[in-house]
Design a protein around this ligand. Sequence first.
Ligand code: PMP
Length: 357
Amino acid sequence: MPVRFRADLAALPSYAPGTMPPVEINLASNEVPAELPESVLKAINDAATSSGRYPDPSSSALVARLADRLDVDPHNVAVGCGSVTLCHDMVQATCTAGEAVLFPWVSFEAYPVIARIVGATPQAVPLAEDWSLDLPGMLAAVGPMTRIVFLCTPNNPTGAQPETAALREFLAAVPPSVLVILDEAYREFVVGNAPDGVALAREQWSQGRDNVAVLRTFSKAHGLAGLRLGYLIGPETVTATLGKVQVPFGVSSVAQAAALASLDAEDEVAERCRTIVRERERVRRLLGDAGHQVPPSQGNFLWLPFGDDSAQFAAHCRDSGIAVRAFGAAGVRVTIGTTAENDAFVAAARSYEQRPA
Ligand code: PMP
């Protein structure tokens, strides 16, 4: 007799990552193109020598450093094995079967998958017509079964970033029993007068509303995606509950050491982000000149709303040796890579002939 797995998992597809090797240029996974600083590589090598020992289970040195940088108490910070794992842990901590996880759509593809893994109900709220978050629509969708809301700011894959006032209004209006997670995976690529999730969260906590937390990651700006390290900034009730559901020793000693070294190398990290932002704006301009509609983006990626032509455009890029990420019949996300990679993508986009309507 075969093993009896949970019946509801039969219809659940596995999470499909963006890369489909072999491909010459991978612009499908929102990774950063730069080499790691020497100091970070050295920290990784040094930490690897003690791999026979378990890591510090609470990553205390890293937590203390992050708390100091963010001007919060160490009890307000928790680290995990990538921020996607922290998303999973927070859904696990808030939802029992049949309760709901609310998120915008299109957005980070893991939100609905995680909801279903846990047996919760995914509640997707469409983006506004300009691909931005529909905050009033999301607020209206919060129902009696909603336990957790993910807001991806800036939104992956569309790059939209809400205004501070609108976000503040949203946070103040969500029932305090519903946890709101501001997923700021791309925070370091935001320029201009954009909201700082941690400042907004602290504002809510100071008003006695302990239902707002922020997620950040070392996978993007810090270029440590392969080491798997994300962190959550939240009220102590949230971090303490997270500690109950986290798998022990989830963050390796190599990842902890690399993250500390990368925080020490903040000038290099900031310079890398500035380069990516410059490239993002250059590529957007060139795509616009070539007749493509590309909304402004605050991430390390751009969104091309090709609609029904999305798969065809992605296939055209593949034929040019470039992997990009198609999101159903909504659009295509392209990660900002090196200048040469970006030029190759722009050339592919220029040579694309859209199907006649
Ligand atoms: N949140 C968002 C919005 C993302 O796009 C991603 C990765 N693509 C993650 C979280 C997860 O990042 P990681 O697990 O590598 O920290």
